[in-house]
Design a protein. Structure first.
Length: 193
């Protein structure tokens, strides 16, 4: 008779299979070690995971085989998820700059229909995050590890008007620019002219 695993009858692999998360392989690196009998190859994988609803994370894994390295990287990425507030579920609330090491990235909000204008590693982060419209530029290091770390670091500084209002102890209406007042003044000024 086969024994069931301890965790309430569910295997660890069953628990980790979250269909709500998607992953994207960003980079894979092959390294070799020369030993007496020849060369031993190892692989390092960089993976970005997200639910396309405002949560994203990245992970790296190393192993002798590519699938095992990707699996390790995916597990690490799921443990390091961050939540990012999005405006209208499609773009960033404000322009941000992220830095990590020699890597620097600039991310700007964009109107609807712009799409994701970003390089390879940054594009993967935005797609997994669920951003549909953004303009970004990578300055400095082109290393995918540094680019992703700089992007995530910048996204962690993203603040919604609700978060700013809560921190200041005010209402959201007090924080946002008065669009209604600007529209009311425009016809009045046109009538005076």
């Amino acid at each position: 008779m086969a024994r069931e695993p301890r965790g309430g009858g569910r295997d660890r692999r069953d628990r980790d299979e979250n269909p709500e998360f998607q992953d994207r392989l960003v980079a894979i690196n092959r390294v070799s070690k020369t030993v007496k009998g020849g060369k031993r190859f190892g692989f390092a994988a960089l993976v970005v995971v997200g639910d396309q609803k405002g949560r994203v994370g990245y992970g790296k894994g190393k192993a002798r085989e590519v699938p095992e390295a990707i699996r390790k990287a995916t597990e690490q990425a799921k443990r390091q998820l961050i939540r990012v507030p999005l405006r209208e579920g499609r773009t960033l609330h404000h322009d941000i700059t992220g830095r990590h090491g020699a890597g620097r990235v600039v991310m700007r909000t964009a109107p609807a229909g712009t799409g994701i204008i970003a390089g390879g590693p940054m594009r993967a982060v935005f797609e997994m995050l669920g951003v549909h419209d953004v303009v970004s530029k990578s300055l400095g290091s082109q290393n995918p590890y540094n680019m992703i770390r700089a992007t995530i670091e910048g996204l962690q500084g993203q603040m919604s008007p609700r978060m700013v209002a809560q921190r200041r102890g005010r209402k959201v209406a007090d924080i946002l620019p008065k669009a209604a007042e600007a529209q009311a003044q425009a016809p009045a000024e046109a009538a005076e002219a």
